[in-house]
Write a protein that binds this ligand. Structure first.
Ligand code: SF4
Length: 264
């Protein structure tokens, strides 16, 4: 491969969000990559899950979800907001979907961002062979990793996959990456008891160098998209978390000794 061939490598995205203040420090450009290995029942981006280009109808309008882009195109978009990154400590985040679903493209995109001096983050479940994860780490400033449940059977029941590989990779990632923050989508009926959250936080505290855990309370923002894709909203009609409950879960997570933040 020529030195610059990686800039022409192609991947598939379904959205780009500029000026985001979530998913990493400062003001960020978020590239949402298409495809995911999991099928979380509460997923707020169901249009991200399939690696295929799809049609989705929202508010009576049908749109195509997914388009193919090169690394060079995305870096050019990222560079438009360079001034905001430098003032805020921001940069680029790869989200999804799951960026490891297109791991070679993700690695090339991170490399290109780093070569332009842009701060990089990914959010990922880490459900992949570690050989697909390792190439991303050299050009990554922050790994935001989801740990959704410590019990494998329940993890599988609600996400479609067991969690042994995720837990094993969490240890490898913690040792190899610059910074790792653990995030927990807190989902009623799945992992919203103080015991479950305390167990996840206790596991996170065993990971090398991890100092922070973020609890991300469940919301129903993805509901209309399921309808628009002709799919069932399979988490069902669960209640949103009250602020009292969130405080109780935060206290449970704090028993691990980690810094606990709500949202992220
Ligand atoms: S890992 Fe994320 S993108 Fe994939 S199904 Fe779960 S919530 Fe959706």
């Amino acid at each position: 491969m020529d030195n610059h061939d990686y800039l022409n490598s192609k991947g598939r995205i379904f959205d780009i969000q500029r000026f985001s203040v979530h998913d990493g420090p400062g003001i960020r450009t978020i590239f949402f990559l298409k495809g995911c290995f999991l099928r979380c029942r509460w997923c707020c981006n169901p249009e991200s899950q399939s690696g295929d280009i799809e049609q989705m109808t929202i508010a009576g309008k049908t749109k195509t979800v997914g388009r193919d882009v090169t690394v060079a195109e995305l870096v050019e978009i990222a560079e438009r907001d360079r001034i905001y990154y430098s003032r805020s400590g921001g940069g680029v985040t790869l989200s999804g979907g799951e960026c490891l679903y297109q791991s070679e493209f993700a690695a090339n995109l991170l490399r290109a961002c780093k070569e332009k001096g842009i701060n990089t983050a990914i959010e990922s479940t880490g459900f992949s062979d570690f050989s697909k994860i390792e190439p991303l780490l050299a050009n990554l400033d922050l790994f935001l990793m989801d740990i959704k449940h410590t019990q494998s059977a329940k993890h599988k029941q609600f996400t479609g996959v067991p969690n042994e590989l995720i837990k094993q990779n969490a240890h490898l990632i913690a040792k190899a990456c610059k910074e790792l923050i653990i995030r927990v989508p807190v989902i009623p009926t799945f992992n919203d008891t103080p015991e479950e959250i305390a167990d996840i936080a206790a596991f996170a505290a065993t990971l090398h160098g991890v100092k922070e855990i973020h609890l991300l309370p469940y919301h129903r923002l993805g509901y209309d998209k399921y309808i628009g894709l002709g799919r069932e909203y399979s988490i069902g009609d669960v209640e949103l978390l009250s602020s009292d409950k969130i405080s109780t879960l935060k206290a449970a997570a704090e028993r691990s000794g980690l810094i606990v933040k709500i949202g992220g």
